[in-house]
Design a protein around this ligand. Structure first.
Ligand code: GLU
Length: 406
């Protein structure tokens, strides 16, 4: 069993071997500043009441308000949410945005809830936690299985309870409800900007082949964006399994097939594969865009990709990191590769606070500029220190956290 928070701590400890940092900084980051566990009642459609376990982990706010998504997933638990909150602290620091790190969750399979039950659960999460949130305090957002609609319910509930009408407490809202242009594709698009900045150094040619694990908001957009930019997406998957077609898939066709049929089973002209098989395909670029602990000591030696772009949080374990680094396969780490989401979330928060609405071009230009610059920083530092991109990104984040703490 891979405990994601243990993995996060071992990444932290590796960074302190590449560069020395004060013990007080490292010790402080090894524990979240605050963890809140709540029980959320939902009156089910059959008249019964069920209680769902909810969380908010406020990891660190030295650089700004706690910031990070809320995950609705049957496997969500405090260890996972704690790790995700820790990674948000590192991510906002690497991205250079004035936010801290937090994460929330509910242990639930949202696919088994009716729309009314889902709305109650979303509003219930806010009823339980609103006193600990706020534009200057903690600003949640979407994560796995949480949508703009859910952010609208949450923001509305927060407004009713707090009286704050700025809508700056939740990001990832629908555009017509105070959301930002560009927020929905931001994580996938940001991943592409980071990739495009580093691809030459990583030895990737134009038109290279790509396998994408996961078809949520992040994986779905990534597959489309890579295709639009001339890359060949040969494999895609959802939580049930995937498909492989050597001559290339049309991600939009795959999406609409999934929408119609509920899964990728029977997709014409492609080979059915498992999620494990997808990771080991002979492709140039592997994009894990689903959950943690996908590339582990069990399969790291079998990864054939020339580059791993982590759009999920925590998809690679520390042992697998070592193995890939040893084999010269660069892993562009989650805290850089998937930072586009929280960057545009921060732009949304800025717009809400200033009562502004920026154009899509404005948002995307700002996003690209920021990620290109930070990608160069991370690559340069990895070269200078002769460490992995992840360790380099951690070193940069720790320097910024140290400066803020001082
Ligand atoms: N859940 C996303 C992440 O893991 C986005 C967080 C946000 O927008 O605050 O980075």
């Amino acid at each position: 069993m891979n405990n994601p928070f243990q993995n996060a701590l071992s990444q932290l400890s590796k960074a302190t071997k590449a560069k020395q940092f004060p013990d007080s900084l490292i010790e402080g980051l090894s524990k979240p500043q605050r963890e809140i566990l709540v029980s959320i009642p939902v009156r089910m459609d059959d008249g019964s009441t069920r209680y769902f376990e909810g969380y908010r982990v406020q990891h660190n706010n030295v650089r700004g308000p706690y910031k990070g998504g809320i995950r609705f997933h049957p496997q969500a638990d405090i260890n996972e949410v704690r790790a995700l909150a820790f990674w948000m602290t590192m991510k906002t620091a690497v991205a250079g945005i004035a936010m801290g790190g937090g994460k929330g969750g509910v242990t639930v399979d949202p696919k088994k809830l009716s729309p009314g039950e889902l709305e109650q659960l979303s509003r219930g999460w806010v009823q339980a936690l609103w006193r600990n949130l706020g534009p200057e305090v903690d600003v949640p957002a979407p994560d796995v299985n949480t949508t703009p609609k859910i952010m609208e319910w949450m923001s509305d509930e927060y407004e009713k309870l707090s009286g704050d009408t700025s809508r700056a407490t939740f990001t990832g809202k629908p555009i017509e409800y105070g959301g930002s242009e560009g927020r929905t594709p931001a994580t996938g698009l940001g991943g592409y900007y980071v990739f495009a900045t580093l691809k030459d150094q990583a030895g990737i040619q134009d038109g290279a082949s790509v396998a994408v694990q996961g078809m949520g908001n992040v994986g779905g957009h990534a597959a489309t964006i890579f295709t639009e930019n001339g890359y060949k997406v040969v494999a895609m998957s959802d939580s049930k399994g995937g498909i492989y077609k050597e001559s290339g898939l049309d991600p939009e066709e795959v999406e609409s097939y999934k929408k119609k049929n509920g899964s990728l089973k029977g997709f014409p002209g492609a080979k059915q594969i498992t999620n494990a098989e997808l990771l080991e395909l002979p492709v140039d670029i592997l994009i894990p865009a689903a959950l943690e602990n996908q590339i582990t000591s069990d399969n790291a030696a079998k990864i054939k990709a020339k580059l791993v772009l982590e759009l999920a949080n925590g998809p690679t374990t520390p042992e697998a990191d070592e193995s890939l680094f040893g084999r010269g396969i660069p892993v562009i780490p989650d805290i850089l590769a998937n930072a586009g989401g929280v960057v545009v979330s921060t732009f949304e928060w800025e717009q809400n606070r200033a009562s502004e609405h920026w154009s899509e071009i404005q948002v995307l230009e700002k996003l690209e500029k920021l990620l290109v610059e930070q990608s160069h920083n991370v690559w340069q530092r990895a070269t200078d220190l002769n460490v992995s991109l992840r360790t380099a990104a951690f070193v940069i984040a720790l320097e910024r956290l140290e400066a803020a703490q001082r």
